[in-house]
Design a protein around this ligand. Structure first.
Ligand code: ATP
Length: 134
């Protein structure tokens, strides 16, 4: 079978560049999977966990939205932020979750809180924690 290349890039760094057998990603319209030989595709990612399989091993990566492109057996992901599961700072994510919880509580009694922003921060924190636990 033809090999499939996976590259994950953020504005700061190349997070991953490796050959894989399969990738499962959190699309804005739901989870989807890509194998070698996939037709060209360009889609948007949501905040969630990406899985890539090499042999029998599943590996997990947190992605915070961005673009997912498949062309010529290469997957290129440009994400706002992305971290390999083993590089996620769990304590930092717990603190981000607590801050977001506090803001969402405040929003119930006080105007001027950006609820959508707090909800996004909460989703990033929860998905980082979920990815790190895999
Ligand atoms: P925080 O409030 O802790 O900064 P955040 O969700 O606002 O969290 P992002 O804007 O998504 O952070 O990311 C900013 C940068 O910090 C990115 O480079 C991202 O990879 C990194 N980052 C954020 N949280 C973590 C974490 N828990 N572990 C590892 N890297 C993180």
């Amino acid at each position: 079978m033809a090999s499939l290349r996976l590259e994950i890039v953020t504005p700061d760094q190349i997070v991953l560049s490796t050959d894989v057998d399969y990738v499962g990603a959190p699309g804005v319209d739901g989870e989807f999977g890509v194998l070698a030989g996939h037709i060209p595709l360009l889609t948007a990612l949501s905040i969630g966990t990406l899985v890539y399989r090499t042999g029998n091993k599943d590996n997990y990566v947190f992605v915070a939205g961005g673009f997912f492109e498949v062309a010529d057996n290469k997957i290129s992901i440009l994400a706002q932020a992305a971290e390999l599961a083993e590089n996620i700072d769990v304590e930092r994510a717990e603190k981000a979750k607590a801050r977001a919880e506090e803001r969402l509580q405040q929003a119930k009694q006080q105007d001027g809180i950006d609820v959508a922003r707090a909800e996004h921060a909460m989703k990033r924190a929860l998905m980082r924690l979920q990815t790190a636990r895999k």
